[in-house]
Ligand binder design. Structure first.
Ligand code: PLP
Length: 377
């Protein structure tokens, strides 16, 4: 059925076509053109990081992370089970075994206090996911990584413009990945970025990005011919996509303010139901500034959620849920293992629902969503 209020509308600012026309004028469509450089510079300045490479997706950026960390068959990586498949898949592709760790009840992020129990001699890295653009407990996680000599990768797919204790998300781990998929705050349909914070990965990141060649050193005039020197793939983002994305970066304050308005409206409008114990609202720790990426509510249990989803659907409101915990999925059972007990992952994910939240949502639409939720109770 058609939804009156869809779950998501891809953000469109209105200036994208102008930017794309400039790609035609410049006659440069491949991934090493001016718009890719502008996007990379924009992110670099936002994060104050060493290196940014735009990629065809966050998935691709995570695959680059697995190559850069030299993940070998049998190595273990620790990550939450409550996440998108790519967080795990990128490492499974290199032969890693996935060790799933439970999430915190409040933020639904990896429980930093359960990480150490999952570490073995084979552990190579901890992959954290900033769910809904709300930061994981990064001080604790970075100190665990130092103590055990492990790498930290931030799956910051949802977290561009969020911060933790004043530090931009994506700038804290050794490597990070962002997504510009059409469901994310800033988008070009499909797109992503790899962030290199540990400078020892910078040169190799360029090589892997350029199909395993030293082509970028050639373009920078540092060598006089380029050749195949390492593994790699075509991890470049096309210029048309980068132009579209740059238009959104240039309007980032407007996009963020618009999303904040909607998120705050939902929060205020549903507070009464939360205070009455009917639902649970998102929880933002004091140290975190988030980017209003997702508005989720938690219902009593999975049965009540099912009724709620039907209620919203029949009223034309696009309410959805995620994630089916990876450790209980077909591939998760094959490639992973849960460390310790699953206290919150299955329970919380089975009662969570996401409300429609997109750029340029009207006041009437927002109001209608709140009314529909209230009606249910
Ligand atoms: C969206 C998302 C991804 C995948 O991003 P793509 O750009 O579609 O590859 C990975 N991890 C998380 C947590 C996401 O939300």
């Amino acid at each position: 059925m058609a939804f009156t209020i869809p779950f998501n509308k891809p953000p469109v600012i209105g200036t994208e076509m102008q930017y794309i026309e400039q790609v035609f004028t410049a006659d440069k469509f491949s991934g090493d053109g001016p718009f890719n450089r502008r996007c990379q510079k924009w992110i670099k300045e936002k994060l104050n990081c060493d290196k940014v490479l735009t990629t065809p997706s966050c998935t691709a950026a995570l695959e680059m992370c697995a190559i850069l960390l030299d993940i070998q068959p049998g190595d273990e990586v620790i990550l939450p089970s409550f996440t998108f498949v790519s967080t795990a898949n990128a490492f499974v592709l290199r032969g890693a075994k996935i060790i799933f760790v439970d999430i915190r009840q409040d933020t639904l992020n990896i429980d930093e206090n359960r990480i150490e129990a999952a570490i073995t001699d084979r552990t190579k890295a901890i992959i954290v996911v900033h769910y809904a653009g709300v930061s994981c407990e990064m001080d604790t996680i970075m100190s665990i990584s130092r103590k055990h000599n492990l790498y930290v990768v931030e799956d910051a797919a949802q977290a561009l413009t969020s911060s933790y204790k004043g530090k931009a998300l994506g700038s804290i781990g050794h490597l990070s990945a962002f997504s510009f998929h059409e469901t994310k705050n800033f988008s070009c349909g499909e797109g992503g970025a790899l962030i290199v914070n540990d400078t020892k990965f910078s040169n190799r990141a360029d090589i892997i990005h350029e199909k395993g060649t030293n082509r970028s050193a050639f373009f920078e005039g540092r060598i006089d011919k380029y050749t195949w020197i390492d593994i790699g793939s075509s991890f470049l983002l096309g210029e048309l996509q980068a132009a579209f994305l740059m238009a959104q970066f240039d309007a980032s304050d407007k996009i963020s303010a618009d999303r904040k308005k909607c998120w705050d409206y939902y929060y205020a409008g549903l507070k009464e139901l939360a205070d009455a114990g009917k639902i649970e609202l998102p929880s933002i720790p004091n140290d975190c500034i988030h980017n209003f990426h997702i508005f989720h509510i938690r219902l009593k249990d999975t049965y009540q959620r099912k009724e709620f989803l039907t209620h919203c659907k029949t009223r034309g409101i696009g309410v959805v849920f995620h994630y089916i915990p990876l450790h209980s999925s077909v591939a998760g059972l094959e490639y992973g293992e849960f460390s310790g007990i699953d206290e919150f992952t299955t329970k919380e994910s089975s009662r969570l629902a996401r409300l429609p939240l997109y750029y340029s949502m009207s006041e009437v639409e927002r109001e209608r969503v709140i009314e529909t939720v209230r009606d249910f109770f």
